[in-house]
Design a protein around this ligand. Structure first.
Ligand SMILES: *Cc1c(COP(=O)(O)O)cnc(C)c1O
Length: 380
C-alpha cells in the first residue's frame, strides 16, 4: 500500500507546506538570514509553550530533551519523585537511575492519573526531594494528567516540576507560566506537525538557579551553553536547519489557527473518536482520556497488534498498538498536529473494514456516522 495515513501518536502527519519548505536549498546557519528564522521560531515556541521563558531547541528526538532536563538541573544522589503510570513515566525513571538519582516512584495503574494530594504527602514526608517528573499526556495509555493541580503543590517549594509534554503539547491544555511548571519538554513529530528530530524544552528562572548548582556530566546537551547561544539567536552546534525552517512554517500555521482554537478542536476530535469507538461496541481504555490520542480496548478475539498490522498493510492507515503488557490489548488513534476531520473519517472507515476482515461484527458506517454527528454539533 503506497498511501500511508499516519494516525499514530508520533510520528504524525506532516502538511505539504512544511515538507515543501524542508525540501528547499539548505541555508548556512551562521548567517543573518538563519538567525532571523531562529528569532521568529523562538517567539513562536513561547506562544505554544505559554511561557515568557526561553524554549531551547535541541537536535534530537524528544527523549534527548528529557535526558537534558535531568542532566542539567540535578546532581548525583539527589532525590526525585517520578510518576510512573505508563511507558513514558518509566522512561523518566530509567534516565534518572542512569544519572544516579534516588528515585521515589509514584506508581499508578496504567490508564489512571496521579493525584496531586498524594504528591503533596510525598513532598511533606520527603523534604530531600529536588524535583517531580511527570507527563502531560501519557501516550502509552492515552491519559492526561492534571498538571495544574500538581503544580499547585510544587510551585511554592524549592523544587522543580518537570513535565514531559512531548505528545500532549498543542492539544492538551498546558499553561506553563500561569500554572508554574519549571521545565516543559516536547518534540517535533507530534503536535508540531514536523518529522522527528527536534527536542524542545522551556526553562523557568527557578530551573536556571538549579542549573547553576547541578553537577551531572553533559556535553552535547549542555543547556548552559545552549542558553548563551540562544540570547544571540544562535545555537552551539550545527542545528537541524531544515527542521527549523519547517518549524517556522508549523508555528505560523498554529498561530494562524490559534492555540486555544486548536485545544478546542482536538477536544472535539477526541470526543468524536471515543464516541465512534463506542458506536462499534468498543470501550475507550483511559479513565482520564487525553485530547491528543485515544486508546481503545481491542475486541476480545482480536489482538490489537494484528489489527494494526492489517489496517496498515491492507488499507494504508497507520494506528498504534498498545505498549508493554497492553501490546495486544489496546490500539491507539492520534488526533494531534495536522490531523483533521477527514483523516479521522477515512481512518474509521477503514478501521471498520479491518475489524470486519478479522471477524468482528460491524454495521458498516456506524462509527463514521458518529464522528460526523459529533463534529457537526454546534455547526450551523
Ligand atoms: C513520543 C513520546 C516520547 C518519546 O519521544 P521520542 O521523540 O521518541 O524520543 C516521550 N514521551 C512521550 C509522552 C511521548 O509521547
Amino acid at each position: 500500500m503506497e498511501r500511508n495515513l499516519l494516525l499514530t501518536p508520533g510520528p504524525s502527519l506532516v502538511p505539504f507546506l512544511i515538507r515543501e519548505t524542508q525540501a528547499q536549498e539548505i541555508i548556512h546557519h551562521r548567517t543573518k538570514e538563519f538567525r532571523e528564522i531562529l528569532g521568529k521560531v523562538n517567539l513562536g515556541l513561547k506562544y505554544v509553550f505559554c511561557t515568557r521563558n526561553p524554549v531551547l531547541i535541541l537536535s534530537s528526538s524528544g527523549t534527548g530533551a528529557m535526558e537534558a532536563s535531568v542532566s542539567n538541573f540535578l546532581s548525583a544522589k539527589d532525590t526525585v519523585i517520578i510518576v510512573e503510570g505508563g511507558k513514558f513515566g518509566e522512561r523518566w525513571k530509567e534516565i534518572a537511575l542512569k544519572y544516579n538519582l534516588e528515585v521515589i516512584s509514584y506508581k499508578i495503574e496504567w490508564g489512571s492519573a496521579p493525584e496531586a494530594g498524594y504528591i503533596k504527602d510525598l513532598l511533606d514526608n520527603h523534604e530531600e526531594v529536588k524535583a517531580v517528573f511527570t507527563t502531560l499526556c501519557e501516550t502509552s495509555t492515552a491519559t492526561v494528567y492534571d498538571i495544574e493541580s500538581i503544580a499547585k503543590v510544587t510551585k511554592d517549594r524549592d523544587i522543580l516540576l518537570v513535565v514531559d509534554a512531548i505528545s500532549g503539547l498543542g492539544q492538551d491544555k498546558l499553561l506553563t507560566d500561569e500554572w508554574g511548571v519549571d521545565i516543559v519538554v516536547s518534540g517535533s513529530q507530534k503536535g508540531f506537525m514536523l518529522p522527528p528530530g527536534l527536542g524542545f524544552l522551556s526553562i523557568s528562572d527557578k530551573a536556571r538557579d538549579f542549573m547553576n548548582h547541578s553537577s551531572l556530566p553533559r556535553y552535547y546537551f549542555d543547556l548552559g551553553k545552549a542558553l548563551k547561544s540562544y540570547e544571540k539567536n544562535d545555537t552551539p552546534f550545527t542545528p537541524a536547519i531544515s527542521l527549523i525552517t519547517g518549524l517556522e512554517v508549523a508555528l505560523n500555521l498554529i498561530k494562524r489557527e490559534g492555540l486555544k482554537e486548536r485545544w478546542e478542536k482536538f477536544c472535539k476530535f477526541a470526543k468524536a473518536v471515543r464516541a465512534a469507538a463506542k458506536a462499534l461496541g468498543l470501550n475507550p481504555f483511559s479513565q482520564w482520556p487525553s485530547v491528543s490520542v485515544t486508546a481503545v480496548v481491542s475486541p476480545e478475539k482480536i489482538k490489537s497488534s494484528e489489527l494494526v498490522k492489517h489496517l496498515r498493510n491492507k488499507y494504508g492507515v497507520s494506528i498504534a498498538a498498545g505498549q508493554a503488557d497492553f501490546k495486544d490489548k489496546i490500539f491507539r488513534i492520534a488526533h494531534m498536529g495536522a490531523i483533521e476531520e477527514q483523516d479521522l473519517v477515512v481512518g474509521f472507515y477503514f478501521l471498520e473494514k479491518a475489524l470486519k476482515d478479522l471477524g468482528y461484527k460491524v454495521k458498516a458506517g456506524v462509527s463514521v456516522q458518529k464522528i460526523e454527528e459529533i463534529l457537526s454539533e454546534g455547526v450551523k
